[in-house]
Design a protein around this ligand. Structure first.
Ligand code: ADP
Ligand code: MG
Ligand code: ZN
Length: 353
C-alpha cells in the first residue's frame, strides 16, 4: 500500500525576556542550579503570579509576523500533572482561549512554495529540569534544577499540513529564522531555547481522513527532527503493511540509535484537568497595543529576500541563503555599505591595486 505521511509540529520557543513569565527572577542560561528562583516560581503557598508584559508583547509580535489573529481577550489555564520539576503541581498555560489563533507561514521547497497553517500560538511557563545520569557524583540519585521553572515559552502549533520529514525540517528552519528576525527567541536548539515535538501519522494515498498519530519528543536539532520523522514514517508503514494498527502514543527519539521508542500512552486533554487559573485575570489586549507592535515590526525574512534580489540584483538562491540567517544578512549588508563607501582621501603613497 502506498501511504501519505502527515506531520504537525508543536514548537516551544523560549522568549528573550530578562525576567520569568510570572515573577521577577532572571532567565540567564547556565546559572548555578536553583540560583534563579523565588517563592513564586518555587510554588510556595500564598504567592501570586504577575504577568510579564514584555512576554505578551513578544507573543503579539510573533502572532503578527505569522499573520495570526490576536485575541482581544485570552485566558491562562492550569495544566495539572505531577512531576518533580513542576513544584506547583500545575503549569500555567493557555488552553481554550489562546492569545493567537490561525495564521501560517510559507516554506520554499526546490522552487515551489507551500503554505503551512498554524492552529494557535499560546503563552505558557516552562518547567524545571530533572538531572539524572551516570556522570553525577551519586548516580542513584536524581536532582532538580528549578532555574528554568517559569521561563516564558511560546507554543506554536502547526496544522497537520506537512507531508515529509524534509518539509518538517524546512518549516522549522523557517520558523526559527522568523523568530530570530523579530528578536523574540535566539533559536538555539542545543540550549533548548527552541524545542520541537513532531506528530506523525500515515494514511492511504488519496484518503481524506487522518490516520492515528504518534507524538515524538526530544528532538534537539534540525537533523534529528528529520531523522526521527523518517524513522517513524517507516516504522508506521511496516506496522500497517503487517496488518497491524498504529498505537496512539508518545515516543522518544534515541539519537544514538536513530530510532523512536514508546515512552507513554498518549495523554488526553482531560487527563490534565485544565481549568482557568483563578489567580490571574483574563488577558485583555487593546487594539492600540496591537497597532503599536505592528508599526514596530522589523523587516521579515520574506521581504528582506525580495529586497536582496531587487535592490542588489542577487539571484533568488543567493538571496535565500543570505537572508536565512539574520546575522548573515546583517553582515552582508554591512559589507556592501563598506564596499560602496567613497575611498578615503588617498595618502601620499601611490596605490597600484
Ligand atoms: P495535543 O498533542 O496536545 O493533543 P493537538 O491534538 O492539538 O494537541 O495536536 C497537536 C499537533 O498534532 C498539531 O501540530 C497537529 O497538527 C498535529 N496532529 C493532529 N492530528 C494529527 C494526525 N492525525 N497526524 C499528524 N499530525 C497530527
Ligand atoms: Mg501534543
Ligand atoms: Zn521566581
Amino acid at each position: 500500500m502506498e501511504y501519505e505521511s502527515v506531520i504537525g509540529l508543536e514548537v516551544h520557543a523560549q522568549l528573550l525576556t530578562k525576567a520569568k513569565l510570572f515573577c521577577a527572577c532572571a532567565t540567564v542560561f547556565q546559572a548555578d542550579p536553583n540560583e534563579q528562583t523565588c517563592p513564586v516560581c518555587l510554588g510556595m503557598p500564598g504567592v501570586l503570579p504577575v504577568l510579564n508584559r514584555q512576554a505578551v508583547e513578544f507573543a503579539i509580535r510573533t502572532g503578527l509576523a505569522m499573520q495570526g489573529q490576536i485575541a482581544r481577550v485570552s485566558r491562562f489555564a492550569r495544566k495539572n500533572y505531577f512531576y518533580p520539576d513542576l513544584p506547583k503541581g500545575y503549569q500555567i498555560s493557555q488552553y481554550e482561549e489562546p492569545l493567537i489563533e490561525g495564521g501560517g507561514l510559507t516554506i520554499d521547497l526546490e522552487g515551489t512554495s507551500k503554505h503551512i497553517r498554524l492552529i494557535r500560538i499560546h503563552l505558557e511557563e516552562d518547567a524545571g529540569k530533572s538531572i539524572h545520569g551516570e556522570n553525577l557524583a551519586d548516580p542513584t540519585r536524581s536532582y532538580v534544577d528549578l532555574n528554568r521553572t517559569g521561563v516564558p515559552l511560546l507554543e506554536i502549533v502547526s496544522a497537520p499540513d506537512l507531508r515529509s520529514a524534509q518539509e518538517a525540517k524546512t518549516y522549522l528552519q523557517k520558523l526559527k529564522t522568523i523568530l530570530e528576525y523579530i528578536e523574540v527567541c535566539d533559536g538555539n536548539m542545543e540550549e533548548g531555547s527552541l524545542r520541537c515535538d513532531a506528530n506523525v501519522s500515515l494514511r492511504p494515498k488519496g484518503a481524506q481522513e487522518l490516520g492515528t498519530r504518534t507524538e515524538i519528543k526530544n528532538l534537539n536539532s534540525f537533523r534529528n527532527v528529520q531523522r526521527a520523522i523518517e524513522y517513524e514514517i517507516e516504522r508506521q508503514a511496516e506496522v500497517l503493511d503487517g496488518g497491524g494498527r498504529v498505537v496512539q502514543e508518545t515516543r522518544l527519539f534515541d539519537a544514538n540509535r536513530g530510532v523512536t521508542q514508546p515512552m507513554r500512552s498518549k495523554e488526553e486533554a482531560h487527563d490534565y484537568r485544565y481549568f482557568p487559573d483563578p489567580d490571574l485575570v483574563p488577558l485583555c489586549v487593546g487594539q492600540e497595543w496591537i497597532e503599536r507592535v505592528r508599526q514596530d515590526l522589523p523587516e521579515l525574512p520574506e521581504t528582506r529576500r525580495q529586497r536582496f534580489t531587487t535592490h542588489y540584483g542577487l539571484p533568488d538562491y543567493d538571496a535565500e541563503v543570505l537572508t536565512a540567517s539574520k546575522e548573515l544578512a546583517d553582515y552582508y549588508e554591512a559589507t556592501v555599505r563598506l564596499y560602496n563607501q567613497p575611498s578615503p582621501p588617498s595618502s601620499t603613497q601611490e596605490r597600484d591595486w
